[in-house]
Design a protein around this ligand. Structure first.
Ligand SMILES: [Zn+2]
Length: 295
C-alpha cells in the first residue's frame, strides 16, 4: 500500500468521471453499478491509499540530513562551512536577538548535485522542478558489499537484485543507496579516506559510489534522483566522473552525504529533498527527509 504514493489525482478523476457520467442515465444505474462496482471499489481503495500516503500528520519522519557546522565534510579542494556570529544576546531594547553569517561551497555536507554540475545546459539548482525532488523512495542496501570494499561500485546487478525482490523501480523514483557509511561522517579519514585538504588529497579519496552500469540502468528506469551516504555519486577513486556524466546528461539529480538511512524500508517511504534555491547554481545545501506512513 505504502508504495502507491505518487498516484496523480487527475488520473483518479479520469477513472471516476466516466462512471459518474454514465450513471446519470437513470435506466442504466443498476447495470452501470453492477458493471462498475469492482472499478468503484478499486477507486475507493486507491483514493484511501492516496489520502493515507499524503497524510503527513501521521506516520514517522526520518531526517536524512547532516547538520551543517565546522566539521561538515567538503571536497578536499572546496571551501568549508563557516558560521560567524553577527550578534547573540540581550539587546539594548530588552529583547533577545541572534543572527549569524554563513559561507560554504555548494558541494559539501548533505547536498544536491544539480544536473548542470556535469552537463552543460542541464538543469541548475533553481531549475530542478519540485516534482523531481519529492517522490517515492527506493532504498538499495549495499552495506555488505561496501563493508569489505571501500572502493565498492554499486552495479546494475545490485539494482536488479533489489528489483527481483521489490519490483521494478518506477519512473519518478528517488533511489537511495545505503553503503552503511553515514555513521563515519564527519570523520574524514574514515569516511572519505583522507582528512588532508588541497589538490594532492584528491588522489587519496576512498569511498564507495555508483558504477556507471548502475547509473545507466537508473537512466533507463527514468528515475528522478539518486542519493547516497558518501561524498560523491562517483566512487572516491574515480578519475572521469562517468557516473555523474551519465546521470546528469539525462537531467537526473544526485544527493550526496545523505545521513543514515538504516531506518528506511526498501520501499514505501516518501522522500522530500529540497535544496537551497541558488539561481544558476550547480548544487547546494540540501534538507532531505523521509516520511513513512502508518501501516
Ligand atoms: Zn556534489
Amino acid at each position: 500500500m505504502g508504495g502507491v504514493v505518487n498516484i496523480d489525482r487527475k488520473w483518479l478523476a479520469a477513472l471516476v468521471q466516466p462512471v459518474m457520467m454514465v450513471a446519470r442515465d437513470k435506466h442504466a444505474i443498476v447495470e452501470v453499478f453492477m458493471r462498475n462496482i469492482s472499478l468503484i471499489a478499486a477507486t475507493v481503495c486507491l483514493s484511501a491509499t492516496v489520502a493515507m500516503a499524503q497524510d503527513f500528520t501521521a506516520g514517522t519522519w526520518i531526517d536524512l540530513t547532516h547538520s551543517f557546522n565546522a566539521e561538515s565534510v567538503y571536497w578536499p579542494t572546496a571551501d568549508t562551512f563557516e558560521q560567524t556570529e553577527v550578534f547573540a544576546g540581550e539587546t539594548e531594547g530588552g529583547y533577545y536577538y541572534s543572527a549569524y553569517n554563513f559561507a560554504a561551497s555548494e558541494h559539501g555536507g548533505t547536498h544536491l548535485d544539480a544536473p548542470v554540475h556535469f552537463a552543460e545546459g542541464a538543469l541548475s539548482a533553481d531549475q530542478v522542478p519540485i516534482s523531481q525532488l519529492v517522490g517515492p523512495g527506493f532504498v538499495i542496501d549495499v552495506t555488505k558489499q561496501a563493508a569489505s570494499d571501500v572502493d565498492y561500485l554499486v552495479t546494475a546487478d545490485d539494482i536488479r537484485a533489489f528489483e527481483a525482490e521489490h519490483g521494478t523501480i518506477p519512473a519518478g523514483a528517488i533511489v537511495l543507496l545505503n553503503t552503511g557509511r553515514a555513521g563515519l561522517y564527519p570523520d574524514r579519514e574514515s569516511y572519505m579516506g583522507t582528512a588532508e585538504r588541497g589538490d594532492d588529497a584528491v588522489a587519496k579519496l576512498h569511498f564507495p559510489g555508483l558504477g556507471v552500469d548502475g547509473a545507466e540502468l537508473l537512466v533507463e528506469r527514468k528515475i528522478n534522483a539518486v542519493g547516497l551516504d558518501t561524498p560523491s555519486i562517483d566512487f572516491g577513486q574515480s578519475g572521469d566522473f562517468a557516473t555523474h556524466v551519465m546521470l546528469m546528461t539525462n537531467n537526473i539529480a544526485a544527493f550526496e552525504n545523505v545521513a543514515d538511512m538504516s531506518a528506511l524500508p526498501p520501499t514505501g517511504s516518501t522522500i522530500i529533498a529540497l535544496p537551497m534555491k541558488i539561481e544558476g547554481g550547480s548544487g547546494g545545501p540540501l534538507r532531505i527527509v523521509a516520511h513513512i506512513g502508518d501501516q
